[in-house]
Write a protein that binds this ligand. Structure first.
Ligand code: SD4
Length: 332
């Protein structure tokens, strides 16, 4: 198949380096003699390398340390990785004080019988697995951004309705319903922070994997988990059919399991673009203002995307391409 090996990822620009890193893994098969991973698939290695690239590069400050501070100015990380052959997955949510979120998710997949670890206990697991020492995930920039948000009255706060003590929640701010009337606050302009790396990789033997890494939503309530680490939401892959990666307003998206739906759409015979458009339409029907982006690839390496609320661009690289290419998707 001339499309293979193949990598697709939810964004372009700084995220293209992740596509290239994953593609490099697929085209330079190598396993460290020190690796004891019981799941030695190149596709998983590629997804991990791609997501880790964005974690290290702080892609758009929405992946990895130093981005999307929560209400208390702390950065926490969500990540997921899925093996399309065994359907095993590993994930962490609200991971604190450890940078390598996708690698810790991979360790959950490789070395436990669980699928998802959260918060401080995920940190403890990470340290036990050698990902320490713990370190503050804030940077001077993320702290300044958080202080500026507080000084500006906490616009973009996710709390709605009448609160018992608004001052406690970083007030004064204006609570209320979103303009969809469905009870979510539309982020103030410039404060929406909705980028995430979600990727799918297919090696030259058609073995597939998918994964996601994000620092979530800026100024979230501490403890909030988005769509990123949820199987079928942040990403999904069934090695017999295809895979999907998602980005966007995770609080809403995870209600729809959009990536699960997209892969099921492929199974029903839809082309990748059609499969992606269908899931975006399902979400837009209920939430007309939702920002979303979905990438879909079938087992043959045919791909497509769809988005809403923004002009979504994704990157991919396959076959013998010299560099990753960008696809621009007009909003639905
Ligand atoms: C989240 N989905 O935690 C992530 C953020 C994101 O594009 O994707 N932004 O809601």
């Amino acid at each position: 198949n001339p499309n293979l090996p193949f990598v697709i990822n939810t964004w372009s620009g700084p995220f293209a380096a992740a596509t290239d890193a994953a593609y490099h893994v697929l085209t330079h098969p190598f396993r460290s003699p020190f690796s004891s991973s019981p799941s030695p698939t190149l596709a998983l290695d590629a997804v991990e390398a791609g997501c880790a690239t964005c974690e290290r590069n702080q892609c758009d400050t929405t992946v990895g340390f130093g981005g999307s501070p929560d209400e208390q100015c702390e950065t926490t990380l969500d990540a997921l990785i899925i093996d399309g052959t065994t359907m095993k997955s590993g994930a962490v949510a609200g991971l604190r004080r450890i940078r390598d979120a996708v690698a810790v998710a991979r360790a959950v997949l490789d070395y436990t019988r669980h699928s998802l670890l959260v918060g401080d206990q995920a940190t403890q697991f990470a340290v036990e697995m050698g990902f320490g020492p713990e370190e503050d995930l804030s940077t001077a920039e993320s702290r300044a951004r958080c202080e500026e948000w507080k000084a500006g009255g906490c616009k973009g706060n996710y709390r709605v309705g009448v609160l018992p003590d608004p001052e406690r929640f970083c007030g004064p701010y204006t609570p209320g319903l979103g303009d969809d009337g469905l009870g979510w606050v539309v982020q103030a302009e410039g404060q929406a922070s909705h980028d995430t790396i979600s990727m799918v990789a297919i090696d030259s033997n058609s073995v597939m994997a998918a994964g996601t890494s994000t620092n979530g939503a800026a100024f979230k309530i501490p403890g909030r988990v988005g769509d990123g680490p949820i199987v079928g939401s942040g990403s999904y892959v069934d090695g017999d059919v295809g895979g999907c990666g998602a980005t966007g307003d995770g609080d809403i998206m995870l209600r729809f399991l959009p990536c699960y739906q997209a892969v099921e759409n492929l199974r029903l015979g839809m082309a990748p673009t059609e499969a992606a458009e269908d899931v975006v339409r399902r979400m837009v029907r209920k939430y007309p203002n939702i920002s979303s982006g979905i990438v879909v690839v079938n087992k043959r390496g045919e791909h497509g995307g769809a988005g809403s609320g923004w002009t979504f661009t994704y990157s991919y690289r396959g076959g013998e391409m010299d560099a990753s290419e960008v696809v621009t998707v007009p909003p639905i």
